[in-house]
Design a protein around this ligand. Structure first.
Ligand SMILES: [Zn+2]
Length: 481
């Protein structure tokens, strides 16, 4: 079938992961290109994944006391200019609205690259006294950053979906305490839903958020040794409060500037998920976020068609109580075509029902991530499928974790660092804290500092991998998206 040939993955993941990635996400109907360069369409399967991530995160935010709100898409130019570093960080990527109908606007409006400036204008009106704090708001939206670098669907899209958490506190202590709570939520979502291990740590000063004081991130290391920044948390101190006049009267009747944080998880996570779990057959989607968790495929000839279809329907119906099931009883596609199709789309479990299964009251269950085939009884099939789905979810994470552990190389010399990067690994090194050394390493190896992992800082004693001065931090270096 010509249709099927067109959709086949023609390249191995290990041969050229970039080309493989593009073929997989497009041919599996996960996402598609659009008429606007760098902006993609999330097709139902991808949008389902994102929605599952969003709902999980959102319910944890709610429990933590964070409320949802919505602010305008358009931001007046004068707002963006209020915080100097912030505008410098974003101005090359901002898309502007300059006219409506036939008339030119008196002031340009930015399509939000992020919403600090429009939100904080409101915050400054709403916050008057210590009684108004803390104010912890979040919004789910999309932002536009007209990046000039080569766009890659999901990993580097000009418009992407995310959450923007923006919180305000009376004291620095309270603001700082929020960090671990939020990073904890993100770590749980990436682990439990996307089955992605994350490396949690602080960004270097050079890599931190424009206008912020300290940034923290969860980094995902990918099979090609590239790292991609996952969710992040920024401690903004009083920078924005001073620029946007967010002040309050404290308990001693004195005027104080507030302390602020921002945090986000975005649709880049789906790109990392595809890169990490997918294989030469196509996508591998973790069960918890998969639109279809089980596909039932009846295998029949004209003579036994009715009996097998009836049995497949009964099994599907029974399974609906336990999982998101699709019965693929389309007559106009061959069984082989269907197998390929659902493997390409990454559906976690396939159930095959043929004449042998009909006779024995059994079925064949195939798990996508390891292609293991098992004969099962149809008796208590719901419980069997439930167990298998949680096994798949767990094994995807464990497999990824094992992989990451092997790819992080602790290096003790600059030669070792260069070798690690060249071999497609992440290098963990001691560093003096000077941006100069960090940038030299980036220039000479192509690897940038991803973050300073919390769990590696106990090994800080020693010397900077580049200049040999006493070390202040342990930093991970990797090529990155
Ligand atoms: Zn140094």
């Amino acid at each position: 079938m010509a249709d099927q040939e067109k959709r086949a993955i023609t390249i191995k993941k290990s041969d050229d992961i970039s080309e493989w990635y593009t073929q997989v996400i497009i041919n599996s109907d996960f996402v598609d290109y659009s008429a606007v360069s760098g902006c993609i369409v999330f097709r139902p399967s991808a949008y389902f994944c994102w929605n599952a991530v969003k709902e999980a995160t959102d319910s944890m935010f709610m429990k933590a006391g964070i409320k949802n709100a919505y602010f305008p898409l358009l931001i007046p130019e004068r707002f963006l200019e209020k915080e100097k570093e912030h505008i410098e960080g974003f101005s090359p990527e901002v898309a502007w609205v300059t006219e409506t109908g036939n008339s030119k606007l008196s002031e340009r409006l930015a399509i939000r690259p992020t919403s600090e400036t429009i939100m904080y204008d409101s915050f400054s009106k709403w916050i008057r006294s210590w009684r108004d704090l803390p104010l912890r708001l979040n919004q789910w939206n999309s932002v536009v950053r007209w990046e000039f670098k080569h766009p890659t669907p999901l990993l580097r899209s000009r418009e992407f979906l995310w959450n923007e958490g923006h919180t305000v506190f009376a004291t620095e202590g309270e603001a700082n305490a929020e960090r671990d709570q939020i990073l904890g939520i993100y770590a749980e979502v990436t682990k439990e839903y996307l089955a992605l291990p994350g490396i949690i740590g602080q960004k270097t000063d050079y890599e931190k958020f424009a206008g912020g004081q300290a940034s923290y991130s969860i980094e995902h290391l990918l099979p090609n040794g590239y790292s991609i920044q996952g969710p992040d948390f920024h401690n903004d101190g009083q920078n924005f409060a001073k620029a946007f006049d967010i002040k309050f009267i404290d308990k001693n009747n004195e005027t104080q500037y507030a302390y602020q944080n921002t945090f986000a998880i975005s649709t880049r996570e789906l790109g990392a998920m595809v890169m990490m779990h997918g294989d030469d057959r196509g996508l591998v989607i973790p069960p918890k976020i998969s639109m279809i968790q089980v596909v039932v495929i009846p295998i029949y000839k004209d003579a036994n068609r009715e009996a097998i279809l009836a049995y497949a329907k009964r099994i599907s119906h029974e399974l609906e109580k336990y999982a998101r099931v699709y019965l693929d009883d389309r007559d106009d596609y061959s069984v082989g075509w269907k197998f390929n199709e659902w493997e390409l789309k990454g559906v976690p479990i396939r159930i095959e029902i043929g004449s042998k299964e009909l006779e024995s009251n059994g079925l064949v269950l195939v798990t996508r991530h390891d292609m293991k085939k098992a004969q099962c009884s149809s008796y208590s099939i719901g419980e069997t499928v439930e167990k298998e789905l949680s096994r798949v979810q767990r094994e995807l994470y464990d497999r990824a974790l094992l992989f990451i552990k092997e790819k992080i190389k602790k290096v003790n010399s600059y030669e070792e660092l260069k070798k690690a990067i060249l071999e497609g690994n992440m290098a963990q090194a001691q560093w003096c804290g000077q941006t100069e050394c960090e940038l030299k390493i980036k220039e000479e190896t192509g690897a940038k500092s991803t973050n300073m992992p919390f769990d590696a800082q106990q090994n800080v004693a020693g010397n900077c991998i580049y200049c040999g001065k006493p070390s202040k931090h342990v930093v991970n270096f990797a090529k990155s998206y």
